[in-house]
Design a protein around this ligand. Structure first.
Ligand code: GCB
Length: 889
């Protein structure tokens, strides 16, 4: 009987709730119909001559200028305005504008009056506006957003672009006068799970309610936990009688029996619905819903990470929030897709770095089973002012409270490589004081996290200068230490990585260690048969990751390996082969898989996986005189033990997969090479098909048909390149009779750049095919093509690579100088078959250094003369960056 009555009460309450649903909070999308200007504006003032541009949110004003040839991007104040006519439904409501993110200082004005402001570009904030708006009338909302450098706001410097704008969603939230608190833009309900086991879980729910009426209220707080199917598993009610102002509550649910645990394999989520009921009227007056995942976890210095008592190697990636062509203003689905791509790679961890990201990211981690760390953007350096400290603290509190209920989060972090290039390098006593301040800030932030959320771990990510972090005392502060390691990239050899791991672990055996970053630039367009450090080839990156993953897998004390980065990302100051982009991504900036992504899939996935390398457009020199084949390595990634490969229907035999990879040397033919790979995993067969299109360069040009000649060559390079129109470029070689090549000179190497054995990493102006121009043969005398008679199109590419205007010495390139070298004073003539093509060519003077110059010529080759290009020095050493030759019509 009792059961029946309570069921009836439940049904009635449910119906009543449904009836009065309109009484609870409303959340309305507020993204549409904004106007934007970079000009200065006075809210609600009539400022003449302002050019407004209609925009909808999310919006950034930097999506284009971060990619142009002019260094820098707009950092300053801009304005957004919107007309808003609120209806009567908002009478007696509290109205908030809820910003998911605006970078980095924001002021909100309603009808000319300042309603609120916020500092920090990555956390959410809300501004109460009801006292400023007039219902039924047109109101003006004006928002000033400023992304200027501000020494009191982190980040000060970093290897990513500080896109300005209201770059995440905005909503309008209307609540009753009595509501869950929106303090710190959190939802007022905080859930912890002090004890979880396979038998039972305890759930504590605390939070804050605000009664903004003048009268006391009698409230009932109704908490319902429902399972994934929507079945109620717990209900708790609590009376909050005679309350006014700020009301704190706490509910304890000690005995949720046989909990369905949350794991990466089975990310089971319960929901916690918190309802506020006015006891006098019986009406539900506010409701918020939070996710609940039941799990327990710990880190161990020796054994790594444990979830629900089981060891897990955390493997995943960091993620930046921008996308090709959009800057950081992305639709929700793009955020979610990134987490899905991480899951599809087999990853189980996301480092949300270097700042809190869109709410959708962690929601996706919760539902897809990805564990996560989140951090505030204290990167590279701090400012020793109370204002900087205070802003760090506010960001930290916002980050924690806004994201508190995500079961995916296990770590809060608050500093990244903060001793990278410490300030006051020339004044050692002053630097010691700076170090003390860094340590003091770390200690304060660490203890703040522990107080705000004792259920998670604290972490600092450090760069590889172990002694410095030890001496300054940083290593002793957080509960977990993160190392960002690049041995074999910025310096040293990949083999040094394992040595670092062992050394640190020996010194600090009890301190859990995560590899919070490791990675190598991989321009998806660059491949190499002789991969080497800093060539930006995908092939070097695959080798690099292979060494790193293995070293971490062999060491249980390494709790996590977090790849830098999931996808290529915007870093405006960078030059490289893809200027303004950091290309350490496993995916391109528009999320296409590079071979490194396939490498991880092969190593991590627990379902059948087999993929042939995506180096599909290739050029190759024929192996022999008969011009038939060019033998080249092809990588296949799989978790099968053995794979069989066929080419155009012919078997190339089986190969054993080692570390997820096998390489076949394949006799590629000109044109289409259809490859099919087959294998099996756990008894299930898997197959992948792919096509390599090869542009064959004849072994002997002289005996080739002129129609078969279509050659693109990079001088001074060991890498291959696929240009933005799909043209395939090979490294040129020294002249061989019957073929082609240069006769003299040497590959250009940048002065003061020990990392890169050839070429420049500077941004080349007037081209998006920078790799064509970044390598060069210096002091070249002759380039010769032994072609048969016929009509040809010859294209020569030049760029002066020496530049006394220093490039930006990125903080991460620790062994890099300021990249400037005296501009070579060079003047030369270029003659083709003894006819002058270019006279008195002075690249620096005529075109400016680091600028692409292209010269085209149609030439008729007669009398078996072939093509000889002579470079006659008038001053200094002549250069050639690239050359193309094809049959002309
Ligand atoms: C780092 C930084 C990260 C950079 C990365 C790189 O150590 O933490 O912000 O993007 O190196 O690619 O150099």
């Amino acid at each position: 009987m009792k059961k029946k009555i309570s069921f009836l009460v439940f049904v009635l309450t449910f119906m009543l709730n449904a009836l009065v649903y309109s009484q609870v909070r409303s959340v309305t999308n507020f993204n549409g119909s904004w106007q934007f200007t970079k000009q200065s504006y006075k809210p609600a003032g009539s400022v003449p001559n302002i050019k407004w541009q209609p925009v909808s949110l999310p919006h950034t004003w930097n999506k284009d200028d971060v990619m142009d040839d002019t260094p820098g991007y707009y950092r300053g104040a801009c304005w957004y305005t919107k007309k808003f006519t609120p209806s009567e439904i908002y009478r007696n409501k509290k109205l908030y504008l809820y910003f998911n993110g605006a970078n980095q200082q924001t002021e909100v004005y309603i009808n000319g009056k300042k309603a609120g402001s916020h500092t920090g570009g990555y956390t959410r904030f809300c501004v109460e506006i009801d006292q400023y708006v007039s219902l039924g009338k047109v109101n003006e909302i004006a928002v000033k957003v400023d992304n200027s450098f501000n020494e009191d706001i982190a980040p000060l410097t970093a290897d990513f672009t500080f896109f300005g704008g209201i770059y995440r969603n905005v909503s309008l939230i209307a609540v009753n006068n009595i509501h869950f608190s929106l303090d710190q833009a959190a939802n007022g309900v905080f859930i912890t799970t002090p004890e979880v086991s396979t038998e039972k879980a305890s759930v504590n729910i605390s939070g804050h309610i605000v009664n903004e009426n003048n009268t006391k209220a009698n409230l009932q707080l109704l908490t319902t936990i429902v399972d994934r199917e929507g079945k109620v598993v717990k209900r708790v009610t609590q009376s909050l009688k005679e309350n006014s102002g700020a009301i704190d509550f706490k509910q304890e649910i000690p005995d949720l029996q046989s909990p369905h645990l949350w794991t990466p394999e089975d990310p089971y989520l319960y929901k916690v619905a918190s309802k506020l009921v006015d006891i006098n009227t019986g009406k539900v007056i506010d409701e918020v819903i939070n996710p609940l995942g039941l799990r327990w976890f710990k880190f161990d210095g020796e054994k790594g990470f444990f979830l629900n008592g089981k060891p897990y190697k955390l493997i995943g990636a960091s993620r930046h929030q921008d996308f090709k062509g959009l800057g950081n203003a992305l639709p929700d689905s793009y955020h979610i897709r990134d987490v899905k791509l991480l899951k599809q790679m087999g990853g189980n961890f996301l480092r949300v770095a270097h700042y809190p990201q869109d709410a959708k990211v962690l929601a996706a981690c919760d539902s897809l089973g990805i564990l996560a760390s989140v951090e505030i953007p204290v990167v590279n350096a701090i400012t020793e002012t109370p204002a900087f400290t205070q802003n760090c603290k506010s960001m930290l509190v916002e980050m924690i409270r806004q994201n508190f209920n995500h079961p995916s989060i296990i770590i809060w972090a608050y500093m990244n490589e903060v001793l990278l290039k410490p300030k006051f390098g020339k004044d050692k006593p002053r630097q010691q004081i700076y170090f003390l301040h860094v340590k003091e800030l770390a200690a304060q932030l660490d203890s703040m996290v522990r107080k705000e959320d004792p259920s998670r771990y604290t972490m600092i990510a450090c760069h590889g200068d172990y002694n410095r972090y030890k001496q300054v005392g940083i290593v002793d502060i957080p509960m977990l230490i993160g190392w960002n390691l690049y041995q074999g990239w910025y310096g040293g050899k990949t083999a040094d990585f394992a040595k670092f791991l062992d050394k640190f672990h020996q010194d600090y055996p009890a301190l859990p260690m995560l590899i919070t970053e490791y990675g190598a630039d991989a321009d998806a367009r660059i491949r190499s048969l002789q991969p080497e450090r800093f060539d930006k080839s995908v092939d070097y990156a695959v080798d690099f990751h292979r060494v790193y993953l293995k070293a971490m897998e062999e060491r249980p004390f390494v709790a996590a390996g977090i790849i830098w980065n999931l996808a290529d990302f915007s870093s405006e100051e960078r030059a490289e082969t893809t200027p303004h982009i950091n290309s350490k991504g496993l995916l391109t900036q528009d999320r296409k898989a590079k071979d490194v992504y396939l490498f991880y899939q092969a190593n991590l996935l627990k379902q059948p996986f087999l993929k042939i390398s995506n180096w599909n457009l290739r050029a190759g020199i024929a192996d022999s005189l008969d011009h038939n084949v060019s033998t080249q390595p092809v990588l296949v990634f799989s978790n099968a033990k053995e794979v069989l490969l066929t080419q155009n229907g012919k078997s190339l035999g089986n190969k054993t997969i080692v570390d997820g990879v096998a390489t076949w040397d394949i006799p590629l033919i000109n044109g289409s090479n259809k490859l099919i790979a087959t294998g099996s995993y756990n008894g299930k067969s898997i197959t992948d098909a792919s096509e390599i299109r090869l542009n064959m360069v004849p072994y002997n040009l002289h005996s080739a048909k002129a129609t078969a000649i279509n050659i693109n060559l990079l001088l001074g390079a060991k890498r291959s390149y696929t240009d933005n129109d799909g043209g395939t470029w090979l490294p040129a070689h020294a002249y061989k009779a019957g073929s082609f090549g240069y006769t003299d000179g040497k590959a250009y190497q940048m002065a003061g750049n020990g990392r890169q054995s050839y070429g420049s990493d500077r941004d080349i102006m007037k081209t998006n095919d920078d790799p064509i121009y970044q390598t060069q043969q210096v002091n070249i005398k002759t380039f010769r093509f032994d072609v048969p008679d016929g009509k040809y199109e010859l294209v020569l590419h030049f760029a002066e690579l020496t530049a006394d205007k220093p490039g930006v010495a990125l903080a991460y390139n620790l062994n890099n100088t300021d990249q400037k070298e005296a501009v070579q004073d060079r003047v030369f003539d270029v003659l083709v078959n003894n006819k002058p093509l270019l006279t008195n060519l002075n690249l620096a003077k005529q075109y400016g250094p680091l600028t692409a110059v292209k010269k085209k010529l149609i030439i008729n080759v007669k009398g078996n003369a072939g093509i000889t290009i002579n470079f006659n020095p008038l001053k200094g050493e002549p250069v050639l960056n690239a050359v193309q030759l094809r049959q002309a019509k």
